[in-house]
Design a protein around this ligand. Structure first.
Ligand SMILES: [Zn+2]
Length: 122
């Protein structure tokens, strides 16, 4: 996710995450349909292909991510308005500071709540 965010900088990147149960072990980079440095929208074609792949490999959709090229890793007002994925985790990669920051959120009772996560080695 960090690599993708760096590659698309100064535009926002976006993508989808999959896995089994609570373990995310797959990533699908998507095109940001908006080509913007302030908002994102996963291209419908990428979304369609992603769900086809999930069906084919028996994985579950577990997350969606996007980057904030120059702001903090917190959902923006625009993110809240355009939020479409209440069942999955919501990741933001911030490149605001020299060291990238990654935060994970769940949608709970109509707002984003930050949640802790662990990174496991393969
Ligand atoms: Zn955002």
């Amino acid at each position: 996710m960090i690599e993708h965010a760096r590659r698309e900088h100064p535009m926002e990147c976006c993508g989808l995450l999959y896995g089994s149960r609570e373990l995310i072990d797959g990533i699908r980079l998507a095109r940001n349909q908006k080509q913007s440095n302030r908002e994102f929208s996963v291209s419908p074609k990428d979304l369609l292909e992603f769900f086809k792949e999930l069906r084919a490999n028996g994985k579950n959709h577990l997350g969606v991510y996007h980057s904030h090229p120059s702001s903090e890793p917190h959902p923006s007002a625009q993110d809240v308005i355009e939020f479409h994925y209440p069942e999955v985790s919501y990741w933001i990669i911030s490149l605001e500071k020299y060291k990238p920051r990654v935060r994970c959120f769940h949608w709970v009772e109509k707002s984003f709540q930050g949640v802790a996560f662990n990174v496991v080695e393969k």
